[in-house]
Design a protein around this ligand. Structure first.
Ligand SMILES: CC(C)(COP(=O)(O)OP(=O)(O)OC[C@H]1O[C@@H](n2cnc3c(N)ncnc32)[C@H](O)[C@@H]1OP(=O)(O)O)[C@@H](O)C(=O)NCCC(=O)NCCSC(=O)/C=C/CCCCCCCCCCCCC(=O)O
Length: 702
């Protein structure tokens, strides 16, 4: 018999068919398999928010385990979540060598509540079960066999192997095959093990509650009889099931898939735009970003030409790239085949025959323009020209080439071979095929690509500006870097804004502000003004840069470090007295600022800009913004991304607080609520998946 398990109808099908098989004397044993080469991806997540109908999973799995005929799971493709829990209820499990198994519920804000937290530790022991359940990681069949999750691995037809096996065990007793009857192997260092596990998940979870509940449920398996453990599993699941975190995480699951279905304001879409194959690619400029991009490209199996015009930099890059590839291969237990995929040159002519180029030279418009002019002359017709820029005008670069339709931005995040986010930036002239090709290449590189329109800073960095600006203003008004960072880290960011600024370098923003004509010269000696063109401006960052305080790399920034390059930020008395003097000089009286104000000022200013981005059509929907923030900017996934979070807080509340702060700071335009937010509130604050309708209406009226 073949089944898939996903929805109410599928569960009903399994219950009915198993019942029939068990009642039929001609049937000696049962094999459960999936359809189309997939055993089961688990429960239908969309069902969770609805009135769940059909037979529940737990009694269904109990009935299978209690069967008096052997039931064998034939696992092909994936056995995930409820799918693996179903397999654990079977008496035997045979997996195809390419199958992947796991209990990913924790990543959806849940725990494996169909007996997974009770059966898995009984089967493979507490430490291994804790690892799989609290991380949600998928394991390959070989590892599953080694752990004892499956009994056999098949190289060819799993179903045939399972049927043959099922017949061979047809008459064998089943008592020793029912996992729920096993004692849970109890390690001698029980307390230390669970304390350690709890400490680890709390540290990594950044406020997420599901990993903590997973540890508690496994602890119940180790300390209580099976049925009592099941009660505890259910109780913990009930708390998680209706939590905002579960909603946020499940939203992220679908949002991540939604962003691959991109569209452009001109109507071009993912399903009508065919990407062109890329066999050979080039990277121009082998600084930090270029090296990471070359590694990520080579790891996809593409031939890569890496160009760096400065000989010394080229030699250093060659060594660094080889090291990165070797370490990457070692981590994955592979030989570094990608090493031979890269050829190096100091001559741009070497890219003449490639299908796609990613320019990653220094962030300087004049330099990038020159490179694009050269590329346009050198490359074969039809080569896609991509720029890795974090903010510069992609259209302007496109205008330097003979074929602007072949130009898109590919904004990678550092380190480029590690970070998952890729902003694919299209201009008015970019062809749908160029966007489709960059999106497909990103996917091959293991990135989550989000297609966005061209504007200063695109989506991610554009929204960062009001966020950082508010943090500076809060310092002027009475906060400290420590207070602001603590509030943001407790919210769930891995790093607060000031620790992040120290890490990435204060000079980066300084250079941009100088380019924008915002930095007054000789700041430290005089009394810099706090207004620029009628807008409030804080010169605090500029003043630190004037003192050579660029952050971690100089050992001083918003914090102090033991030595340049050191990573442990310590409070800096110098900075605190500097801040006091600064306030005194400007007649600013420090007031008490609490965490709530920090979060509202920083996050609502950022969210407000997100609404402007939607209004301007730079991002197609709130999911695009949320995925950019979750994958590229450390926004805690269990809070769903900034736009989802705004919906959770309540759009009316966000609007009211922005109005309040804008009234208090009328010279800060970023705090002025944008019209899309007002419109959404006026139309009854629809849930986030309905915002696109309101945005469409707004655009049609413009
Ligand atoms: C590996 C995959 C399965 C496949 O990957 P891939 O081939 O790359 O394809 P994708 O692009 O990812 O997906 C294709 C489309 O399928 C959609 N999809 C995938 N999986 C699901 C799913 N599980 N549900 C719904 N939809 C799914 C996906 O969105 C794509 O759609 P589209 O084409 O974009 O439209 C990969 O997809 C994958 O990893 N999937 C997720 C696997 C997973 O996480 N599984 C676990 C699910 S949770 C689970 O199984 C839980 C089981 C136990 C339930 C116990 C219930 C007890 C309830 C108790 C409640 C008590 C509450 C009391 C409350 C009260 O008191 O009131």
């Amino acid at each position: 018999m073949c089944f898939i398990l996903h929805s109410a109808a599928v569960r009903q099908g399994i219950v009915d068919t198993v019942k029939r098989a068990l009642g039929d004397p001609k049937v000696k044993s049962v094999v459960i398999c999936g359809q189309n080469g997939i055993f089961c991806g688990g429960a239908d997540i969309k069902e969770f928010g609805t009135n769940m109908s059909g037979p529940p999973l737990v009694p269904m799995i109990h009935a299978i385990e209690a069967a008096n005929k052997p039931v064998v799971a034939a696992i092909e493709g994936s056995a995930l979540g409820g799918g693996l829990e179903l397999a654990l209820g079977c008496h035997y499990r045979i997996a195809h060598s390419k199958a992947r198994l796991g209990l990913p519920e924790v990543s959806l804000g849940l725990l494996p509540a169909a007996g997974g937290t009770q059966r898995l530790p009984r089967l493979i022991g507490v430490p291994a079960a804790l690892d799989l359940i609290t991380t949600g990681r998928h394991v390959a069949a070989a590892e599953a066999l080694q752990l004892g999750v499956v009994d056999r691995v098949a190289e060819h037809s799993t179903v045939d192997a399972a049927v043959k096996f099922a017949l061979s065990v047809a008459a064998k007793p089943l008592d020793a095959r029912r996992i729920s009857t096993y004692p849970c192997p109890c390690p001698s260092d029980f307390d230390a093990l669970f304390e350690g596990a709890m400490q680890k998940v709390r540290q990594n979870a950044r406020g997420a509650i599901a990993p903590v509940a997973c540890v508690q449920a496994v602890r119940a398996a180790a300390t209580r009889p099976y049925l009592q453990g099941m009660e505890r599993e259910k109780e913990l699941m009930a708390t998680l099931f209706t939590s905002g975190q579960a909603r946020a995480l499940q939203y992220c699951f679908f949002a991540q898939r939604a962003v691959s279905k991109w569209s452009m304001p001109n109507g071009a879409r993912w399903d009508t735009s065919k990407p062109r194959p890329v066999h050979k690619a080039a990277v121009i400029g082998l600084g930090t970003m270029g090296r990471g991009i070359a590694v990520a490209l080579a790891q996809t199996g593409l031939s890569v030409v890496a160009v760096e015009t400065q000989e010394k930099q080229l030699m250093e890059a060659k060594q660094a790239v080889s090291g990165m590839l070797e370490r990457g291969a070692k981590r994955r237990g592979l030989t570094p085949a990608a090493l031979h995929k890269i050829s190096y040159s100091h001559d741009i002519q070497a890219v003449a025959d490639v299908d796609l180029v990613i320019e990653a030279v220094f962030e300087d418009m004049a330099l990038k323009k020159k490179v694009f002019q050269q590329l346009s002359a050198v490359c074969k017709p039809g080569t896609f020209l991509c720029t890795n820029t974090s903010a510069l005008d992609v259209d302007h670069l496109a205008s330097q080439t003979r074929n602007p339709e072949l130009v898109v931005g590919m904004h990678f995040f550092a380190p480029a071979h590690v970070m998952k986010l890729l902003e694919v930036v299209y201009g008015p002239q970019s062809s749908p095929q160029a966007v489709a090709t960059a999106m497909q290449l990103g996917k091959k590189m293991g990135k989550v690509g989000v297609a966005v329109g061209n504007c200063r800073g695109f989506v991610g960095n554009r929204m960062l500006k009001p966020y950082i600006e508010q943090a500076f203003f809060l310092l002027e008004e009475g906060a400290t870097p420590e207070l602001v960072d603590r509030a943001l880290e407790e919210f769930g960011f891995p790093m607060g804004v000031f620790r992040m600024s120290d890490l990435s370098g204060l000079d980066v923003g300084w250079r941009v502000r100088k380019g924008d004509g915002l930095v007054e010269s000789g700041l430290a000696s005089g009394q810099p003004t706090r207004l620029r063109e009628g807008r409030r401006y804080s010169p605090l960052g500029d003043l630190l840069c004037e003192q050579g305080r660029f952050g971690q790399k100089t050992g001083r920034g918003w914090y102090q470090y033991d030595q340049p390059g050191s990573r442990v930020a310590r409070s800096d008395p110098w900075f605190h007295s500097f801040l006091e003097e600064y306030r005194a000089r400007h007649g600013l009286v420090a007031r008490r600022i609490d965490h709530q104000e920090v979060l509202e000022r920083c996050l609502y200013a950022l969210i407000n800009e997100g609404f402007r981005i939607l209004e301007d059509g730079i991002a197609a929907g709130p999911e695009d913004i949320d995925i950019i923030y979750v994958f590229g900017y450390g926004w805690p996934r269990h809070r769903g991304g900034p736009m989802f979070y705004a919906g959770m807080v309540g759009l009316a509340r966000v609007l009211e607080r922005l109005e309040h702060y804008h009234q208090a700071h009328p010279d800060v335009p970023y705090l002025q609520p944008c019209s899309l937010l007002r419109r959404l509130v006026a139309s009854g604050s629809p849930p986030v998946h309905r915002w696109r309708e309101v945005i469409k209406k707004l655009h049609s009226q413009l």
